[in-house]
Design a protein around this ligand. Structure first.
Ligand code: ZN
Length: 686
């Protein structure tokens, strides 16, 4: 493993924080915490923490010994000094003499000894850091260390590789008991330079930041070398169908099966977003004949269980020649998974005196032989985390199997971590938004109205794909929408381009639930004289493109089998023709009819189809100056200009976007048209 320490960077960091009054040791603590956090082979999504013991002045001017330890909610990769809250060290050390401490007592004690009451909660491994005497303590869940410790003879292997340089701590759940046992192991030989926590991770320490960091890299490198010795051939390939269904087709099938079903009083669909991964290493793993053994033994390190559950779902290889049988095999596999999870909960929750509430039984990782793996989450970020952890588990288990046999902690131990309140607290308890887990495609998403629609859906919790003929505009709108939004170049008048865009959305998010077919442009011409080519060109974009987009959406929605929503942007022209606007109004009128035809033909699939007929949409805020200029250009007074609609109000892109979101949320409405025009009686529908 490469040592990333740089004297220049370290010095820059010290100087940078000195300007903010942060002392050198804390600045260097921030520096090496980031070095560790940025290496996914060491730290992945909260799997690690660091600390430094320094003196700080309290409000009264007293110098106090404090432990600055990683706070929960902070990512090590971009931690800042406030991410290492200071806890008074002396009271923490007195806990060494305490026999028992509940989790609540531990959290409360740590919080009441914070120097700043506004700090985040100190890490669940705070006491382990406190009880070690060293100034700098580093902790990671290094992938390679887990390959070594997660073996029936893990302790023996660690001794072989690292000898007396480390103390070996048997597996104990994190928290107070682990900190006591780790301290005991350390006291048996206080010359050790680190601790190996069996089936959990590694600690290194030192008097300086560089010393603790160097040891982490050295030890991990020694372990990596051992994993490269005497490897046996792993995972001989199982028989696969000649032709495998692509990820874009498998995603919607998986998504349609693995979802939270509505309960009484809450019949909303709660779908998951998927994150697909594949590589030679993943394929070797999912294609192995022993997959049902090695993939089901459990997580690599216990805190993974809150992101991935204990076991991944395994489905058969998707035979492109027999999609129906694949679909029913996925349904069976999922039903078994759910049963198994419920049994597991009943078996272990019985041990608890307080009543636990079961978590949802939906898998968070799916392994697909012949194809790769999927992470599943209630949003794109959660799906990405699950997929990242699944990929790292593939690495851990592959290396473990290459030198021996992978072995996880017991099911009982996993349950205790999965249902540990301090682990569940890491997931946060923010209320889910109404469209969480839903995937929305917006065509013409780079324009003013399209980007407002994309943003409005994202604000309701949906994942958004912005399609636009202008690749830059699509990227810009996606970036302005959310960090997970996807920008795709797409020409809606080209069938292959639309198909490719939908495939990309399905590969990225796993499927599609809502499509806002918004791309359009106005052609003009007096109908008795207009060229047929003009009319055809307008029909291509303002009618056929809607049909093409809707057909692709329906194809994906039927594969998912959980209904869907088609939303069309039809102008007021669809109802109320404008002078010399025939080439625009005619295809828009056909598209209004199209929306109704979809409602009629696909209601039986649970697919709803609605339209918005907007008019008088202003692209930005109307200033008095702008109103005056526009009124002048039209040869009317300002009052007459504003009275262009019945309410005399300005209609914005955001208003149109709101109408689309409203239609998506009205799950009992189909074949509906919503006017957004401030009132235009000639364009009013019955
Ligand atoms: Zn840990």
């Amino acid at each position: 493993m490469k040592n990333m320490w740089s004297d220049t960077d370290a010095r820059d960091m010290v100087e940078h924080y000195a300007e903010q009054g942060v002392d050198e040791e804390l600045a260097l603590r921030v520096y090496t915490t980031r070095l560790l956090g940025r290496n996914p082979e060491l730290v992945l999504h909260g799997g690690g923490n660091t600390s430094v013991k320094v003196q700080m002045q309290d409000l009264l001017g007293n110098q106090v010994n404090v432990l600055c330890v990683k706070g929960s909610g902070w990512d090590m990769a971009d931690i800042e000094p406030p991410g290492l809250p200071a806890v008074r060290l002396d009271p923490l050390l007195e806990l060494r003499n305490v026999e028992r401490l509940t989790d609540d007592e531990m959290v409360n004690f740590q919080r009441t000894n914070l120097l700043d009451a506004n700090s985040p909660n100190p890490s669940v491994e705070t006491l382990l850091h406190a009880f070690l005497p060293h100034k700098f303590v580093d902790h990671t869940h290094a992938v390679s260390v887990l390959s070594l410790t997660n073996q029936p003879n893990g302790e023996e292997l660690c001794k072989e590789v690292l000898g007396d340089r480390v103390g070996i701590v048997p597996y104990v759940m994190p928290g107070f008991p682990l900190s006591k046992i780790a301290e005991k192991v350390f006291n048996e030989n206080s010359d050790v330079e680190g601790l190996i926590l069996i089936k959990h991770g590694i600690f290194t320490f030192g008097d300086t930041a560089i010393e603790a960091y160097d040891k982490m890299i050295d030890f991990v490198t020694l372990v990596e070398k051992r994993l490269n010795q005497g490897r046996k051939q792993v995972f001989s390939g199982a028989d696969l169908p000649a032709s495998i269904l692509p990820a874009a087709a498998v995603g919607p099938i998986l998504r349609g099966v693995c979802k939270i079903r509505g309960s009484i009083g809450d019949n909303r669909l709660k779908p998951f977003v998927l994150d697909f991964r594949t590589s030679d290493e993943i394929l070797s793993y999912v294609n192995g004949v022993g997959l049902y053994r090695y993939s089901q033994s459990g997580v690599a390190t216990p805190d993974h269980t809150i992101r991935t559950k204990n076991w991944p779902l395994i489905v058969p290889a998707p035979d492109a020649e027999n999609i129906d049988s694949f679909k029913s095999a996925v349904e069976n596999a999922d039903a078994l998974f759910v049963e198994r999870y419920k049994d597991y909960f009943c078996r272990h929750s019985a041990r608890y005196s307080n009543s636990l509430v079961a978590l949802d039984p939906v898998p968070r990782v799916a392994l697909v032989p012949g194809l790769g793996l999927y992470g599943l989450g209630r949003n794109a970020k959660a799906a990405r985390i699950a997929a990242d952890i699944a990929e790292s588990a593939v690495r851990t288990i592959t290396d473990a199997e290459a030198i021996g046999i992978f072995e996880s902690v017991s099911e009982e131990e996993m349950f205790d971590v999965e249902y540990w309140s301090l682990e569940q607290a890491k997931l946060g308890k923010a209320a889910e938004k109404l469209l969480a887990g839903h995937v929305v495609v917006v065509t013409g998403g780079g324009g003013t109205i399209g980007s407002a629609i994309a943003l409005a859906f994202s604000q309701e919790g949906a994942e958004v794909a912005v399609l636009d003929i202008d690749a830059d505009a699509a990227q810009r709108a996606a970036a302005a929408t959310s960090s997970t939004a996807l920008g795709i170049e797409c020409n809606v008048t080209d069938g292959a381009s639309v198909r490719a865009a939908f495939d990309q959305v399905c590969e990225t998010f796993g499927g599609v639930d809502i499509v806002v077919s918004n791309a359009g442009a106005a052609w003009q011409g007096r109908i008795g004289e207009v060229k047929e080519s003009t009319l055809r060109e307008s029909f291509e974009l303002n009618f056929f493109a809607h049909q093409r987009v809707a057909q692709n959406a329906v194809r994906v929605m039927i594969a998912q089998g959980m209904g869907g929503t088609l939303l069309f942007n039809v102008s007021k022209q669809a109802v109320n023709p404008g002078v010399d606007f025939g080439p625009y109004g005619l295809p828009k009128a056909a598209t209004l009819f199209l929306a109704r035809q979809y409602a009629l033909d696909h209601g039986r699939d649970g697919i709803r189809s609605n339209a918005v007929n907007a008019d008088h949409v202003q692209s930005g805020m109307l200033t008095t100056k702008l109103i005056s200029a526009r009124a002048k250009a039209r040869g009317v007074s300002e009052a007459e200009y504003m009275a262009g609609n019945l309410l005399g109000v300005e209609v914005t892109a955001a208003d149109v976007a709101k109408a689309f979101v409203h239609q998506a949320l009205q799950t009992k409405s189909t074949a509906n048209v919503t006017t957004v025009d401030g009132g235009n009686i000639a364009a009013a529908l019955r």
